[in-house]
Design a binder for this molecule. Structure first.
Ligand SMILES: [Zn+2]
Length: 63
């Protein structure tokens, strides 16, 4: 019964959406990501991360 609730595999608690500063593949951006309230683990959805990078790249090209 896995829907969109993500569970920290270490702490076994539900991840909470948090606004998080990220660096991923050399890009820095800010996104709301599921984060473990206990250990601080951030779950990075690869699709989301890739989409954000595409946005950042477009912004860079605009300048
Ligand atoms: Zn945890």
């Amino acid at each position: 019964m896995q829907n969109d609730k993500l569970i920290c595999c270490k702490c076994n608690v539900a991840l909470e959406p948090r606004n998080t500063d990220l660096s991923y593949m050399g890009y820095h951006f800010n996104a709301t990501l599921p984060r473990c309230p206990v250990c601080g683990l951030v779950y990075i959805d690869e699709e989301l991360a890739t989409g954000k990078i595409a946005q950042v790249e477009m912004q860079l090209e605009d300048k």
